[in-house]
Design a protein around this ligand. Structure first.
Ligand SMILES: O=C(O)C[C@H]1C=CC(=O)O1
Ligand SMILES: [Mn+2]
Length: 371
């Protein structure tokens, strides 16, 4: 069985967020989904998505750059070619295009969706088979205001939608950020897991001070406290504190995962399909982590439903010691799918059906697509 790619179409889809989402490097009021439609000669169509955060403020690929890499380089390379699976697809993309893992992730996702539809199996089956149909999912409190975050957290706990929270810090002065995090932790209570993501904003001395206070205050996990290039610092912090570290920006591919673990990093890796170049590539990093005894976490680039579901199919094949943050669609006011994901009891349900199991609402796609 193989698929021949006939055409690849790409849209930029702008969807407002339900509230401002404040990270250390940008405040989002809108998310741009780069949507890919891959039509195959065999009659199946696959869909994929790539997102980043805050234009070029989070990473090296912008939505416009992702679209340009696909339309100018990757689509002409792939159209007319026949692939028996993701291995030959990835090999061809990597031979001609360096980096651009976000663009490659959207294409790998679309191919997996098409292949699953052709074989009449879910993408999770192509990736090794789901261990579970429901995955834990936390929520990020990042309104930029401590009291608003507390109200939002309490409301979501009362509704039973989430029982674990991540806070975005690093934009403010160290001690006021710590006060913010510990006030939320105290208000939500002992039984609620609260983690923080610094998104690289601290230098090493600040991280040493900050982590001591966060550890003392009962925070459960600290994500990417220092810049991505400072792997020596990250390893040292992971060995110095009992408060575990989640490596995010510092660990994109299996090579990064190997390097950190080999250097003595203890803690966990945030897997993201966009950082690795697709669901199959992200699983390679997961398997390196498993070999090294590093724990796993299912990360998001705040994708809409398509990218979130693609990630969930991959994460469903793994034991995720720190759960997932696949809440992206809940941060958006709308989406381009006819069958939204179901979130309840701190969990999200993996869609059934062939391929990704996501049905696109093409009217909404046209409505939100950038003209
Ligand atoms: O983890 C990040 O760095 C990005 C993203 C994930 C959740 C969230 O709120 O932002
Ligand atoms: Mn992060």
């Amino acid at each position: 069985m193989s698929l021949t790619i006939e055409s690849i179409t790409c849209w930029l889809v702008d969807i407002p967020t339900i509230r401002p989402h404040k990270l250390s490097m940008a405040t989002m009021g809108c998310q741009t989904l780069t949507i890919v439609r891959m039509e195959c000669v065999q009659g199946v169509v696959g869909w994929g998505e790539a997102t980043t955060i805050g234009g070029l403020s989070y990473g090296a690929e912008s939505p416009e750059g992702i679209r340009s890499a696909i339309e100018t380089y990757l689509a002409p390379l792939l159209c007319g070619q026949t692939f028996s699976g993701v291995a030959s697809l990835a090999q061809m993309m990597n031979a001609s295009v360096k980096g651009n893992t976000f663009a490659k992730s959207a294409l790998e996702t679309a191919f997996l969706d098409a292949l699953g539809k052709q074989l009449n199996v879910p993408v999770s089956t192509l990736l090794g088979g789901a261990l579970t149909q429901r995955l834990p999912v936390l929520w990020t409190l990042a309104s930029g205001d401590t009291n608003k975050d507390i109200d939002e957290g309490k409301r979501l706990l009362a509704e039973g939608r989430h029982n674990t929270f991540k806070l975005k810090i690093g934009a403010g002065e160290l001690h006021s950020d710590i006060r913010h995090a510990l006030a939320i932790k105290a208000a939500l209570g002992d039984g609620v897991s609260v983690r923080v993501d610094v998104n690289q904003a601290w230098d090493l001395p600040s991280a040493i001070k900050g982590m001591a206070l966060l550890q003392e205050g009962g925070i459960d996990l600290v994500e990417q406290p220092i810049p991505l290039w400072d792997t020596r610092g990250l390893i040292a912090l992971s060995q110095r504190f009992t408060l575990p570290i989640l490596a995010d920006e510092a660990v994109a591919t299996l090579h990064d995962g190997y390097g950190l673990a080999n250097g003595g990093f203890t803690g966990a890796y945030a897997l993201k399909i966009a950082k690795a170049g697709g669901p199959v590539q992200a699983l390679k990093l997961a398997h390196v982590a498993q070999a090294a005894g590093v724990a796993l976490y299912g990360g998001t680039m705040l994708e809409g439903t398509l990218g979130t579901v693609a990630s969930l199919h991959a994460w469903s094949t793994l034991k995720m010691q720190w759960g997932t943050e696949m809440f992206g669609p809940l941060l958006l006011k709308d989406d381009i799918v006819a069958n939204p994901l179901v979130f309840s009891d701190g969990q999200v349900t993996l869609p059934q059906g062939p391929g990704l199991g996501v049905e696109i609402d093409e009217d909404k796609l046209r409505y939100y697509a950038r003209k």
